[in-house]
Design a protein around this ligand. Structure first.
Ligand SMILES: [Zn+2]
Length: 240
């Protein structure tokens, strides 16, 4: 109760603080989509970004020192996909840990990881992978977007490919459309319009579809219009 009240009070205060001008410069330099936002969408995006950046705890690992620019770039990915969702979607996430490059789990020496969302509130990202994700803005690959999609997914209680939807009647439609495209991807991973990694399980499917929705919306809408519409409904956005 105290935590909740404190967050509400502090968030109101953060929302009123002006958006720093230096951040606008970083965003203009690094993100093409930023220039295309209209005034209302930019305002929503700014609010999400600043609250996210100021609320989360940031930590460098493996010798990395977290800079303001890194925080802006990563928070921008979170805000980009959630700008039309309530600010509460990232409540469970408290900490962002950034490694310089692909990191390895102790005991799993063959497996390098680019990013990972944990249900207990920590997101681990590789800075190299984040930079690579934004270097090519239209290849449907973006590690930060991918990981934040997992965070949104986990808001509903687990990594099952279904985030918290607005109303109860949204769930059957979601299950039908996502289920159909997931099955298609599993049957023919190299013919489908999403990258094959999405066939791994429902959670990866949602994360991969989210990357495509924001990075290659035209292709996704052409190739899987129902999937595009369901995602547009959830994100409250129409990137095409
Ligand atoms: Zn994933």
């Amino acid at each position: 109760m105290i935590t909740w009240l404190y967050r509400r009070w502090r968030r109101r205060h953060l929302k009123e603080r002006p958006f720093p001008e230096e951040w606008v410069e970083i965003l203009r330099r690094r993100y093409q989509f930023y220039k295309k936002l209209d005034d209302e969408q930019r305002e929503r995006f700014h609010t999400h970004l600043k609250v996210f950046l100021w609320e989360k705890h940031w930590e460098g690992a493996g010798g990395l020192e977290v800079t303001e620019e890194m925080k802006v770039i990563i928070s921008a990915a979170a805000a980009r996909i959630a700008r039309n969702l309530p600010l509460s979607v990232y409540n469970r996430l408290t900490e962002i840990v950034i490694y310089p490059s692909h990191y390895k789990h102790p005991g799993e020496d063959h497996k390098a990881v680019m990013g990972q969302a944990h249900h207990f509130g920590t997101l681990v990202l590789s800075w190299d992978a984040v930079k690579k994700g934004i270097a090519v803005p239209d290849d449907a690959r973006d590690t930060a977007i991918h990981e934040f999609a997992h965070v949104l997914d986990a808001e509903s209680g687990g990594f099952d490919g279904t985030p918290l939807l607005e109303k109860g009647s949204d769930y059957p439609v979601w299950a039908e459309v996502m289920g159909k495209h997931f099955a298609e991807l599993q049957e023919a991973p190299f013919d489908a319009c999403l990258r094959p990694y999405g066939a791994k399980n429902e959670a990866e499917f949602f994360a991969v579809a989210t990357e495509a929705f924001f990075e290659t919306p035209e292709q996704l809408r052409r190739c899987a219009p129902e999937l595009y519409d369901v995602l547009a409904g959830y994100f409250g956005a129409d990137p095409v």
